[in-house]
Write a protein that binds this ligand. Structure first.
Ligand SMILES: *[C@@H]1O[C@H](CO)[C@@H](O)[C@H](O)[C@H]1NC(C)=O
Ligand SMILES: *[C@@H]1O[C@H](CO)[C@@H](O)[C@H](O)[C@H]1NC(C)=O
Ligand SMILES: *[C@@H]1O[C@H](CO)[C@@H](O)[C@H](O)[C@H]1NC(C)=O
Ligand SMILES: *[C@@H]1O[C@H](CO)[C@@H](O)[C@H](O)[C@H]1NC(C)=O
Length: 844
């Protein structure tokens, strides 16, 4: 690493000497990897180091082979001599010291003569959160090589890039770059053009560069761009009816005002332009239009670079800008903003390309109000924005391609752990592999049809971070088959097919990290929820196992109970009791369901607190849920709350320990800050998440809503600030105003506040929370009993019985089924769903 730094440093010095005109940006992080190569490769002044030699990342699992070839290729980069070929899923991981946006660049060139036919490769590439390529096939690709550039905000200290071969073929890559960029380069906000409105939340989205164009100027290669970008000439994108007049000036005359730097775009970009020329001589009235073929059904980030290098005086260049025939800038007087000529300027837009269009057009044209008819364009960057499924290619999400407890989390664990831990990890992974090998020999007769699921006798042997202490114990864990344990009823696959009408999508209740959940009806008419895990996924397997183990040990009125499972034909199917009223969240916001009364809300909170209290204290070993949120609290037909989704659950600390050290899992917005900082899990992490749930119940808004002003984005921070001022009623659900007893609200607010304490030790236990919520209910009931003496609801003072209430039976308008929420927010139910609301910020 030191050497790499040194090389980069020398390079920087060299380039500064060569081209002293601008100060270079030095990326704090720069991984340049020549995959499968046996030697360093120098390209565009940078040294790419063989992946086998790079010390900072490890190639995880997967059979990979090296392909090399001496024959030349027409690829414009020298990586055609070698490639890393993956015959099964494999990952690179990069340690990220500085979070923020990074360039991720991938080079592909199918080597002509290698052991595998790379031209028929089918590539799927995902990072922890985003799909970069999905089933990409070179056969359909026009060129013989491919270069891809992405700008991804890495928000953890590890970036994992996974290559998945699909359709029985192989995946490969020739070179990878992961290079940090200045944080200011891409702001969170831009201007949406259809209709014109501010668009925020960009920082959570991934970009793929699709076009980067230098109007009227030459090709600018990575060497001449401080951020290693390539800018191409625009001629081939010009619409045939556009006639343009190229202007250029000496690049050194370009002035960068505050907020615009050579990192925004090199002065070579601003120093050339396409203009309409001396158009005011004739009555020329036309637009200059560029047409870019793009993938339909995506939003695009469009950055225009403008610089008035042609006017003789200020305020003489006034023009309009259109994106996809939507007006983006009207009567735009460039020099009135820059206050000078030859000043670099850029502006960002977001434009949608609908599913039935495959081009994006950008035009500039004269403004009818202007004295002089002219328009200019100096540079243009077009970046595809990841869609609601966090994909830049197609309609699969990472959760589908790489289901569930994504590898990242385990890997974070490894890195967090000590070197000793890492060594132990290798040993443990070895052991796990033994189990998995056992799994592969699917047909081994003594294990019957269920051999695919090795269940260690002692639960959490996969807890990678703890392996330094637990590995010996895990080592003795034996593999048993599900069939031999008492895990509820076994369903045949046929029974499941019948119950779910062959997984009829009309019966889909939701999509989670683990897989899809369908409504089903058993032969005897019982409604059930059928959760179908994605087969062949090891991560899913771990969670499947955890969930079965946990659930089969746990029976409680406020926990969703497992009816049975099906593991025939490599399926991982769990059958649960059906919760007719679906997730709590859909009764709070994002649907048309009638608002819940304060009493109902309290009873639901009490019920779920009771379920969590039981998890923490009821079983022989304390269990931490790890993913408490409003989509994991389900309501049955009588609005009895039950806690669901134990896929992430973990056994709590043993008596002699105070915490379980573990990789961070769970949903953003609900994550205990202490857990996040220290990777130490206690029951108090659930208490924190429950505090977020309480605030959500009160304020009926999502835990995180990046569309809101900064101080309101995170409900925990925002609601706490109001609670501390004692003004919680200001932000509570409008539907509750005047209907909540102030003492009850006060108690509730205090309880939520305690749950959200910064440090776990300061938070109450679930038992205390339960007690306080019951007290809040009591306060509400006594007050309503006083106000409405005829109401005999005082029967419910304890709030514990939760018998079906007449009150609820009246709500006939409640719709059945739980999908009203998940339909609208499919991303949110994924366990890794992060900042879900911003995916469709304009939709709200
Ligand atoms: C590749 O470059 C690195 C860093 O400059 C150096 O340490 C290493 O020895 C080189 N390897 C080869 C095979 O030239
Ligand atoms: C990256 O995301 C984090 C939060 O997810 C945000 O705070 C940060 O500003 C983002 N960085 C950039 C450069 O967009
Ligand atoms: C330029 O393009 C816009 C959007 O397509 C259109 O509304 C406008 O009339 C065009 N102007 C001229 C002069 O053709
Ligand atoms: C467009 O993309 C959305 C997800 O972003 C997807 O739900 C929808 O089906 C897509 N439409 C078409 C026509 O591909």
């Amino acid at each position: 690493m030191e050497l790499i730094k040194w090389v980069l440093y020398s390079l920087v010095i060299f380039l500064v000497l060569v081209n002293g005109s601008f100060a270079l940006y030095t990326p704090p992080e720069s991984y340049l990897i020549a995959c499968g190569s046996s030697q360093n490769i120098t390209f565009q002044g940078h040294t790419y180091i063989p992946d086998s030699q790079h010390s900072s990342f490890v190639l995880k699992t997967g059979n990979s082979v090296v392909a090399s070839s001496n024959s030349s290729s027409n690829a414009p980069f020298p990586f055609y001599q070698s490639a890393r070929v993956f015959t099964e899923k494999a990952s690179y991981r990069f340690e990220i010291r500085k979070e923020g946006r990074h360039w991720v660049r991938l080079y592909f060139s199918p080597l002509p003569k290698s052991s595998h036919d790379l031209t028929s490769a089918s590539l799927t590439v995902v990072t922890d959160d985003f799909v970069l390529l999905s089933n990409f096939s070179f056969k359909k690709h026009k060129g013989s090589f491919m270069f891809k550039e992405y700008a991804i905000n890495v928000t953890s200290d590890i970036l994992v890039m996974t290559f998945i071969p699909s359709n029985g073929s192989v995946a490969f890559v020739n070179a990878i770059e992961v290079v940090s960029m200045p944080n200011e380069l891409f702001a969170d906000q831009a201007l949406a053009v259809d209709p014109i409105a501010p668009f925020s939340g960009l920082s959570e989205l991934a970009f793929e560069t699709v076009y980067r164009v230098n109007m009227g100027g030459p090709l600018i290669t990575a060497q001449n761009d401080t951020l290693g970008r390539t800018w191409v000439n625009d001629l081939k994108y010009l619409h045939m009816n556009s006639s343009v007049f190229n202007v250029s000036v000496n690049p050194s005359t370009i002035k960068y005002p505050e907020g615009v730097t050579p990192e925004t775009a090199p002065n070579l970009v601003y120093a050339t332009a396409d203009t309409m020329g001396d158009a005011n001589v004739n009555d020329q009235n036309f637009n200059i239009t560029w047409v870019f073929p793009v993938d339909p059904n995506f939003s695009y980030f469009v950055r225009v670079h403008l610089c008035d290098i042609m006017s003789k005086s200020l305020n003489t260049l006034v023009f309009n800008l259109y994106i996809n025939s939507d007006t983006a800038l009207v009567s735009f007087d460039l020099s009135s903003i820059t206050n000078d000529l030859s000043v670099a300027y850029f502006k960002d837009f977001v434009s949608n390309v609908s599913a039935d269009s495959s081009t994006l057009t950008v035009s500039v044209g004269p403004d009818s109000m202007a004295d002089l008819t002219n328009a200019t364009m100096n540079g243009l960057e077009i970046m595809k924005i990841s869609n609601a499924l966090k994909s830049l290619d197609g309609l699969s999400s990472v959760d589908i391609l790489l289901p569930s407890s994504s590898s990242k989390k385990n890997i974070v664990g490894i890195i967090v752990g000590s070197v000793v831990g890492a060594l132990a990890a290798v040993a443990l992974v070895g052991l796990c592999c033994c189990c998995l090998v056992g799994r592969k020999s699917k047909s081994s007769p003594q294990q019957g049809g269920h051999s695919w699921l090795p269940l260690p006798l002692y639960g959490n042997s996969l807890t990678l971070t703890k392996m330094s202490t637990t590995s010996q114990k895990s080592g003795t864990a034996s593999c048993i088959s599900l069939a031999s344990s008492n895990l509820g009823r076994f369903f045949s696959f046929q029974e499941i097919l019948d119950a779910s009408n062959k997984f009829d999508e009309k019966l889909l209740l939701g999509v989670g990290g683990f897989g899809r959940v369908y409504k089903g009806t058993l032969e005897d008419g019982t409604n059930v929820a059928v959760k179908r895990g994605n087969p062949r996924s090891e991560q899913g397997l771990a969670e499947f196992r955890t969930e079965i183990e946990m659930l089969s040990k746990l029976r409680h009125r406020h926990l969703v109970s497992l009816i049975g499972y099906c593991d025939e034909r490599s399926e991982m199917i769990l059958v649960y009791e059906y919760m007719a009223n679906g997730p709590l969240r859909s009764h709070l916001y994002g649907s048309d369901l009638p608002p819940l009364s304060w009493k109902q809300r309290l009873e639901i909170c009490i019920g779920s607190a009771r379920g969590l209290h039981y998890l923490h204290t009821g079983a022989s070993q304390s269990i931490i849920h790890r993913d408490v949120k409003t989509t994991n609290i389900l309501l049955d037909e009588n609005f009895v709350a039950k806690v669901a989704d134990f896929g992430l659950s973990k056994a709590g600390p043993a008596l002699d320990q105070t915490h379980v050290s573990t990789a961070v899992k769970g949903s953003f917005g609900y994550l205990d800050p202490e857990y996040f900082r220290r990777q130490q899990l206690t029951e108090k992490s659930d208490v924190y998440s429950f505090g977020v749930v309480l605030m959500e119940v009160l304020c009926t808004r999502p835990a995180l809503n990046p569309v809101l002003p900064r101080e309101q984005v995170n409900i925990a921070e925002w609601a706490m600030s109001w609670q501390k001022k004692g003004m919680l009623e200001q932000i509570m659900d409008k539907n509750l105003v005047g209907k909540v007893n102030p003492a009850s609200l006060k108690k509730f607010g205090e309880t939520a506040e305690k749950c959200l304490a910064e440090y776990g030790v300061d938070r109450p236990s679930m038992g205390d929370v339960l007690w306080n919520l019951e007290y809040a209910l009591q306060l509400q009931e006594t007050s309503s009993a006083l106000m409405e003496p005829e109401d005999n609801s005082t029967n419910h003072i304890t709030g514990i019985q939760l018998t079906p209430l007449e009150h609820f039976d009246n709500s006939v308008s409640m719709i059945e089924g739980g999908n009203s929420c998940t339909d609208e927010d499919p991303e949110d139910v994924a366990t890794s769903a992060v900042f879900s609301q911003l995916v469709n910020p304009r939709g709200r």
